[in-house]
Design a protein around this ligand. Structure first.
Ligand code: NAD
Ligand code: DAU
Length: 350
């Protein structure tokens, strides 16, 4: 099977490529990646060149995408601008890659009748109140909050339009927050790990009560394969591992993993429009026979710490650049305002 993986030099895409080559001997992979600041070609450097090649290029380059899709049996579309904080500063790049790039992939897959799996996010559903017992399902209405999640929501609508209008054989998955090896140092968990490895305390936005539904990247990618192999074209699948934890829970667990006082961290400026809580009901993907294997978040975090401790050349330059990015706007702050609960109206503009 010839697989085109867009965004395969990023966090989830590179782990997908590695897991695919390790578990499916009948596969060959072409990675299409623009190698933006978020990519790290070292994530693929040790792979068998006979089974994996990297094409440096833009997913918005329709001619290039068409040529690569023509030679593929399956396309898995990870390429995206993926960081909420950056989408607040430079939204245009998110519209271009996440929306226009997806349309280029859809056009080529329809022209060559190639099966597509589109990687989306739970953020398209907006957020839940902290005390709301509800979780996201495939029927939850779209209500994105940030330029990033709005661009991913838009891309999902285009996928559905291509399924309905052109008969494209496509599935969509909306996954919760991933963690594990090879995640860019700008993201929450690696950032805190690398600050701790550098002798600096973790930094929590606002009160730290915001909740994310954590899943190990290998569990996400195994679920993607379950959908590719057993999912129904035209359907949407939600992926999550019942891993809800507040940001405070996570920094405390990381402090403990480093043998530090659990409450030794800093509160900093909150993210504008900060989503309160994400929570996934993954029944749609579990029905395909998939179950997550990494259910102990503390153990998963400890393994992730070990990976970063052993791979400083992989992360050093990107970590320094990410800290410079944050230094431009981030200030230490007292954790005064509580995260609004059910029914509360969130303040805007101040
Ligand atoms: P990432 O930022 O680590 O990787 C994105 C990759 O896409 C990078 O290698 C980058 O170079 C590449 N890319 C960006 N613009 C491109 C372009 N124009 N052309 C070609 N390549 C381009 O992101 P990630 O965390 O690995 O996320 C991968 C996908 O999974 C995204 O679609 C994201 O929305 C989705 N997702 C992420 C999470 C998460 O927790 N990280 C959860 C759910 C869904
Ligand atoms: O839910 C899936 C989404 O998860 C993906 O679609 C996105 O691509 C991915 O980046 C992630 O989005 P988040 O915004 O939830 O992830 P991030 O790692 O940026 O932040 C996680 C939480 O931690 C969030 O509540 C903000 C907070 N945070 C983040 C950073 C970088 C901090 O408190 N301190 C920090 O230094």
């Amino acid at each position: 099977m010839r697989i085109l993986v867009t965004g395969g030099a990023g966090f989830i895409g590179s782990n997908f490529v590695r897991r695919t080559l390790a578990t499916r001997p009948d596969t060959r992979v072409t990675v299409l990646d623009k190698l933006t600041y978020a990519a790290n070609p070292a994530s693929l450097a040790d792979l068998d060149a006979g089974r994996c090649r990297l094409v440096e290029g833009d997913v918005c380059d329709a001619a290039l995408v068409d040529k690569l899709v023509a030679d593929a049996d399956l396309v898995v579309h990870f390429a995206a601008e993926s960081h909420n904080d950056r989408s607040l500063r430079e939204p245009a790049a998110f519209v271009r890659t996440n929306v226009e790039g997806t349309v280029a992939v859809l056009t080529a897959c329809a022209r060559h009748d190639v099966r597509l799996h589109h990687i989306s996010t739970d953020e398209v559903f907006g957020d839940l109140a902290l005390d709301d017992p509800a979780r996201f399902t495939p029927q939850t209405p779209y209500r994105p909050s940030s330029p990033y999640s709005a661009s991913k929501a838009s891309a999902d609508h285009f996928v559905r339009a291509w399924v309905r209008s052109f008969g494209l054989r496509a599935t969509i998955s909306n996954c919760s927050n991933n963690y594990g090896p090879r995640q860019h140092p700008e993201k929450f968990i690696p950032r805190q790990i690398l600050r701790l490895l550098s002798g600096r305390p973790p930094r929590v936005y606002g009160t730290g009560e915001n909740v994310r539904d954590w899943i190990h990247v290998d569990d996400h990618n195994d679920a993607v394969w379950a959908i590719i192999e057993r999912g129904e074209p035209g359907q949407t699948y939600l992926i999550g591992a019942d891993g809800e934890a507040s940001n405070l829970d996570v920094v405390r667990a990381l402090n403990r993993a480093f043998g530090r006082d659990a409450d030794d961290f800093e509160h900093v400026t909150d993210r504008p429009g900060h989503d309160r809580r994400y929570a996934i009901d993954a029944a749609s993907t579990r029905a395909l026979g998939w179950t997550p294997r990494h259910m102990d978040l503390a153990a998963g975090l400890a393994g992730t710490v070990d990976w970063y401790r052993a791979n400083e050349p992989w992360w050093r330059a990107a970590f320094d650049a990410a800290e410079d990015f944050y230094a431009a706007t981030e200030r230490r702050a007292a954790p005064t305002a509580r995260v609004p609960a059910r029914g509360a109206v969130r303040d805007v503009g101040n």
